[in-house]
Design a protein around this ligand. Structure first.
Ligand code: HEM
Length: 581
């Protein structure tokens, strides 16, 4: 008999058959949807009994703390293994999480054919810069885009274009804090937004050239010039709440787009979470505004580049350099230039977002460290004075050239330690491009591999791993980077980067003293690392030279963070007092 015909009848027997069929289908679906562990790699045993896997535990943690990456590495510690798997995406493949610096270094630096840039960030930020090289595998498209920004990390561009723009933004910050300190009358005030504004002014001017209409610190200064005083609590340990000037549309669009990632990054269904955000009026406006301003800026740059006379040197900002480079490449390759392409505008926006959020976040952590560790702040100021004796004698701030070209070992150690402790980025992610063996386990092709720089090896003792489980290249490179002493690994201590120079007996900064993963590593490590150091050198020197950052009350100095595009401190208060020269 035809089954459909029989089921269409309404006898109790048929109803039972139908219900049984539904139950069997649901059971089969449930069993299909349960997490499928990769053989051998440790995991939370209870997680394979639910289709949500580890997602419920992760969401519970992120809802409580606003952080996610600390939870991931805690699972390595809990499972006592440098390599584990987590089931975070319902119906998706497991994530492999590795918390061992030597293995991470091997994967990022030497096993680049087996592990390439992950699609994780494209998923969480999908439609913001889909054609930027950040989202690409290391292929021909990636190399083409890289050529556009090739000139921007050269010493010439960094010293002649980037450094003066950062210094100018820093001078505005110093003025802003004089104004804020005047109004706050000794109360602490939040500094995070000031630093994000300064970093935005710096990168904006580096990319587009000086742009007073979009200078967001100067807008803040104009606002404070009109404020004589504000209402303050009698308790000097309470926050002085100061108003903020609104951002111009173009800058606001970049900030809104950057911030949108904070929702999708912690969602088990990031594409859907970001899609929902994109339906809001705020996000629609942000997309529209950024398209308008980018097209306008590209057109202006194109006019500048094509209008310049032969042999005229005109590169004053990143966008001109990028466009000129693409015009020359197109001419050489006998094709139309792709100056007005979505690839070019995504590359420009990606450069601004990559350069702004990261450096600002690292500096906000730095301000917290310097306020909490008064001895480090004093030693840093003494070292800066000793190395810029002429500026001290002339009672002035060192120039950007002086700061940029003077080696101050202790300052470099302080910056490296700020970067290490900030966890601005927790490490990196790669996709296994083939079935690959790691630490004795086979990771199947297509698996997302999280390489953690926020746990064992960096902040707690490394796992003991037999060398027989490592690759020959991993064994060979064993001593290239030092190992942190186990005592006090999690503490902020710049001295860990200072080692004795055998020839002179002096203590000098050693960037290989121990592991650091904040910039990632290898060919797909941070492209802007050199610019980040220039910015941190300049801004930290300028701040410490001009102000004593007094300790803030404990209630305003927690180390809690929020995982967004970067690992942002929830509190960044300062109590700066201007130093007389
Ligand atoms: C403290 C500041 C910074 C931190 C902590 C940081 C961190 C990172 C990290 C972790 C990555 C991914 C690395 C990997 O997967 O191995 C990355 C990539 C990148 N960063 Fe940075 N970054 C900083 C500053 C900058 C600056 C100033 C720029 C440019 C103005 C920049 C541009 C880029 C670019 C273009 C990439 C993509 C590289 C690629 O896909 O190959 N970054 N950064």
């Amino acid at each position: 008999m035809d089954l459909a015909l029989s089921l269409s009848g309404s006898s109790p027997q048929n109803a039972v058959l139908l219900a049984g069929g539904v139950v069997v289908s649901l059971v089969l679906f449930y069993r299909w949807a349960l997490p499928k562990p990769i053989p051998g790699i440790p995991y939370n045993k209870e997680s394979v009994n639910s289709i949500f896997g580890d997602a419920s535990s992760m969401v519970a943690h992120t809802s409580k703390t606003q952080e996610m990456f600390d939870w991931m590495v805690q699972q390595n510690v809990k499972l006592k293994s440098p390599i584990i798997q987590l089931f975070v995406r319902p119906f998706g493949k497991p994530w492999v999480v590795i918390a061992d610096f030597r293995e991470t270094q091997d994967i990022m630096v030497r096993r680049t054919k087996e592990f390439d840039r992950s699609i994780f960030f494209s998923e969480i930020s999908g439609k913001i810069t889909p054609s930027s090289h950040f989202s690409m595998r290391t292929d021909a498209g990636f190399r083409k885009h890289r050529r556009w920004i090739q000139g921007l990390m050269g010493l010439g561009f960094l010293h002649d274009t980037a450094a003066p723009r950062i210094y100018e933004a820093g001078l505005d910050l110093l003025q802003l804090w004089e104004q804020k300190s005047r109004i706050a009358k000794g109360h602490p005030f939040t500094a995070a937004e000031d630093i994000y504004r300064t970093a935005m002014d710096a990168i904006w001017a580096i990319v587009f050239g000086a742009d007073p209409d979009n200078n967001v610190t100067k807008a803040q200064l104009r606002l404070y010039a009109t404020i004589k005083s504000i209402e303050l609590n009698n308790d000097l340990d309470t926050e002085a709440e100061l108003p903020a000037a609104p951002f111009p549309a173009a800058v606001q669009s970049v900030l809104t787009l950057t911030d949108s990632v904070s929702t999708s990054i912690k969602s088990p269904v990031p594409k859907l979470a970001h899609w929902r955000l994109r339906q809001t009026a705020t996000m629609k406006k942000a997309y529209k505004d950024k398209d308008v301003f980018l097209q306008e800026e590209i057109q202006k740059a194109l006019n500048r580049v094509t209008g310049k006379k032969a042999n005229e040197k005109l590169i004053t900002c990143a966008i001109d350099d990028m466009i000129q480079r693409e015009m020359l490449l197109a001419e050489k390759e006998k094709r139309e230039p792709e100056v007005l392409s979505s690839g070019m505008s995504d590359e420009i926006l990606g450069f601004i977002m990559g350069g702004h959020d990261t450096t600002a976040t690292a500096i906000t952590w730095g301000l917290k460290n310097l306020s909490d560790f008064q001895d480090v702040q004093s030693k840093l100021r003494d070292e800066l004075h000793a190395h810029h004796a002429e500026a001290v004698a002339e009672k002035r701030l060192p120039t950007f050239q002086e700061i940029n070209t003077t080696t101050v070992h202790y300052r470099d150690a302080v910056i490296e330690e700020i970067l290490r402790c900030s966890n601005t980025e927790y490490g990196g992610i790669r996709t296994a491009m083939v079935d690959a063996d790691v630490l004795g386990y086979r990771i199947p092709k297509g698996t997302e591999v999280f390489l953690m720089g926020n746990g064992p090896s960096i902040f707690s003792p490394e796992f003991e791993i037999d060398d027989s489980l490592r690759t020959p290249s991993g064994i060979e490179s064993k001593d290239k980077i030092g190992v942190w002493k186990h005592k006090g690994m999690a503490e902020f201590d710049p001295e860990r980067w200072m080692v004795e120079d055998k020839a002179t007996g002096q203590k000098v900064f050693d960037p290989s003293a121990g592991p650091l993963l904040t910039f990632g590593l290898g060919e797909r490590g941070c492209y802007g690392r050199r610019m980040a150091y220039v910015e941190m050198k300049l801004l930290i020197t300028m701040i410490v030279w001009n102000f004593h950052l007094h300790k803030c009350p404990e209630a305003l100095s927690t180390n809690a963070a929020i995982d967004k595009m970067t690992h942002v401190p929830q509190q960044c208060f300062v109590r700066p007092v201007k130093l007389l020269r």
